[in-house]
Design a protein around this ligand. Structure first.
Ligand code: BDP
Length: 691
């Protein structure tokens, strides 16, 4: 009897531990229940319906399910309905992919505990094209990627030694590639640009196109199309032509031929993403041609096959002294000149993925041309994979501004293509995203791409429930609270009250003092304009660069006027004396001190909150996040001390009493390891090795 009990106990322990051990690789995806649901398909079977059936069979434990294709007038292809009556579930959609989306939704609801006995719901995506942009290079590196290597490319010495074994992670690791595809499909993400916007011309060689075809084949059943970022000089570098001029007949023929080759391999290829005439990339400007002439060259080549061209508005070659105005200056006058399968891809803010930016004034400037937002899921400027920064709150803020002040929804709906993209944070780390909690950003992007009206907190609640289903209500709330406050904490110590681009070279550590002899508008001192008298970048019409006039007056006038400009954008739009009173009642100097201090306090609070979850989270993930939060607090102190000591060195005012005295000297901050990109937290794999 005693022995049986012991065996049972041991078995229970093994089972508990086995189900508890988690390296984060399964993301927010449900686990198989053990039961086998009876699923009946009332439609032609396809690879996509096979996946839907398998997911439901393995994961649903609430009775029989019917899947049926039904065409309903006005219903989008990806939309679905789920109904449950007397315990019997029916999922309907006009398409097989809609059925798969419905299946994932039902399984998510099961984990969230929101399935009732009888219910009916219909859901339909707002954006039709919902894309990840992977800034991955053929050599396996990922630009601004902080989660290991590229999940797609590991081509050594390309193209000479290209062989079967060089084909990337995805093909060699089927489990991993299905997880990627399932994760995206579970959110409705339906496209992936597989390579960096700083695109290698080699992407268009036959060898790489054949590899791309393999990805397309793997991802297709999950409703995910592949796209490529292309280099405008490809006809010269790959094609051996003398020019890439859009008006050259040979060049036009080359692109048409290339399009034919691509669509022969990949009949549903999504299209091209192009960064042209920006940061050294080639473009139509090299031949005296406009962005429209360049974009149309590519667009007309892939138009017969249904492909699109996403032409980026991030033209970081400023002609105006204020880089924030550049996108609108470059593109507004070209409105109406683009083919209808061109979409202008616009970063959410006008500078460059800062922790907080007002929306880019190019939104709403184009009336005849499609535009799509580009978010950055990878945290280039938000502590990379060391800091916790849940970006749902940032994107919610973007939509709250752009919807009323830039007519966002109407503009999206009138365009032939209605799209959105996010620069991915995925890599080869076991947990995919480096920081285990940064998975929430991939999740939030997908959810908001589907429905931009969703609020960040709802999404955070979903993600926590799906990823950590074993937390009790209090623990769940703690983690949601951490996520919800996290991005504002980063804003507090990296860019309080609109003070932007204060980064050193690594885009990680503080560099407020940085005044190297390089392009002025890459330097923190250019953006802070700080001296003995005051601080801030004047973008007003009255005395500054007049960026405020690029906005609709309902937004621009509020920003222009010092008395109405919200504190969060104060130093983005205004240069003010240190003694200027903020809306909070504090002076600018006090207000800066207040936010830097708050950022440090918040980072500490994140540590405390996380520590309270010990025992409730898988120990490996717990320790991993714990170390990253330690790093975050330490970095927050560098930011606070470095920036405040530098500003104090200009005006000499004392620190307010509420400020914790610095623990670093300014010199120390200036020469900190943080700034040379050597300093980082261990990856998930490295942590595992140490254990
Ligand atoms: C900046 C990044 C750089 C990108 C560029 C872009 O620092 O790596 O190539 O944006 O978006 O944020 O093209």
């Amino acid at each position: 009897m005693k022995k049986t009990f012991l065996v049972l106990l041991t078995l229970m322990c093994v089972c508990c531990c086995a189900s508890f051990a988690d390296d984060g690789s399964n993301l927010w995806l449900h686990k198989a229940t053990g039961d086998k649901a009876a699923v009946t398909l009332h439609a032609k079977s396809t690879p996509t319906t096979d996946i839907a059936i398998k997911e439901l069979t393995d994961g649903w434990n609430g009775g029989a399910v019917n899947l049926a294709i039904t065409k309903q007038k006005g219903m989008k292809r990806d939309a679905f309905s789920i109904s449950r009556k007397r315990g019997f579930v029916t999922i309907t959609s006009p398409s097989d992919i809609g059925l798969l989306y419905g299946a994932y939704r039902l399984l998510q609801m099961q984990t969230l505990g929101t399935v009732s006995e009888d219910f009916e719901l219909t859901d339909s995506p707002f954006h039709d094209i919902r894309l990840l942009n992977h800034w991955d290079n053929l050599d396996g590196n990922s630009e601004r990627g902080y989660a290991g290597k590229s999940i797609f490319w590991h081509v050594q010495g390309f193209p000479e030694t290209l062989g079967q074994n060089d084909v990337a992670d995805m093909r060699n690791n089927p489990l991993r590639n299905t997880t990627y595809a399932r994760a995206n499909a579970s959110l409705g993400i339906n496209g992936a640009v597989l390579n960096n916007v700083n695109a290698s011309p080699k992407m268009l060689t036959t060898e790489v196109l054949q590899m791309t075809q393999q990805y397309a084949d793997v991802l297709r059943p999950y409703g995910i199309k592949v796209y490529l970022a292309v280099n405008f000089s490809s006809p010269v570098i790959v094609g051996g032509l003398k020019t890439a001029d859009p008006y050259d007949k040979e060049v036009q023929r080359w692109w048409k031929q290339k399009a034919k080759e691509i669509y022969n391999l990949i009949p549903d290829f999504g299209g091209f993403l192009v960064k042209a005439n920006s940061e050294g990339q080639p473009g139509p400007g090299d031949y005296g041609r406009t962005h429209a002439e360049g974009a149309n060259l590519l667009a007309s080549a892939i138009r017969p096959y249904g492909g699109i061209v996403m032409w980026r508005a991030f033209i970081n070659n400023p002609t105006d002294p204020d880089r924030a105005k550049q996108a609108r200056i470059e593109f507004e006058h070209l409105d109406g000149q683009f083919l209808d399968n061109v979409i202008i891809q616009v970063k959410n803010g006008p500078i460059d993925f800062q922790p907080r930016e007002p929306f880019n004034a190019l939104f709403d400037a184009l009336k005849l041309t499609a535009e799509m937002p580009e978010f950055q899921i990878t945290q280039e400027y938000l502590g990379q994979s060391n800091h916790l920064a849940y970006l749902g709150t940032m994107w919610e803020e973007f939509f709250h501004e752009v919807m009323p002040y830039a007519n966002y929804k109407a503009n999206q709906l009138r365009a032939r293509y209605n799209a959105i993209a996010g620069v991915a944070n995925t890599g080869t780390d076991a947990d995919w995203t480096g920081h285990p909690l940064a998975q929430s950003n991939w999740y939030a992007f997908g959810r908001m791409a589907w429905n931009p009206d969703l609020d960040a907190e709802t999404i955070a609640n979903e993600w926590v429930s799906l990823t950590f289903p074993k937390l009790d209500a209090k623990q769940h709330q703690t983690l949601v609270a951490m996520l919800m406050r996290s991005r504002e904490a980063v804003v507090d110590y990296e860019m309080p009250i609109g003070l932007h681009h204060q980064f050193g070279d690594s885009h990680y550590a503080p560099g407020a003092w940085d005044n190297r002899p390089i392009r002025r508008d890459w330097l923190p001192v250019f953006y802070n304009q700080a001296d003995a008298e005051g601080i801030g970048f004047d973008r007003t019409k009255a005395t500054g660069t007049d960026a405020t006039s690029q906005y609709h007056p309902d937004f621009g006038n509020v920003m222009e006027n010092l008395s109405t400009c919200p504190d969060k954008y104060l130093l983005w739009f205004h240069h003010v004396p240190w003694t200027h009173r903020c809306q909070s009642g504090r002076t600018v100097w006090e207000e800066l001190c207040y936010h830097y201090q708050n950022g440090v306090n918040e980072a500490r609070q994140l540590q405390r909150q996380w520590n309270s979850l010990e025992g409730a989270i898988d120990p490996d993930i717990f320790r991993d996040v714990q170390i990253r939060l330690m790093t975050q607090t330490r970095d927050a102190e560098w930011w606070k001390d470095g920036c405040l000591l530098y500003f104090q060195s200009l005006h000499g005012m004392p620190f307010p009493d509420f400020l914790d005295p610095p623990v670093h000297t300014l010199e120390e901050c200036k020469h900190s390891r943080l700034n040379v990109g050597l300093y980082r937290s261990p990856t998930h794999e490295e942590l595992n090795k140490v254990r």
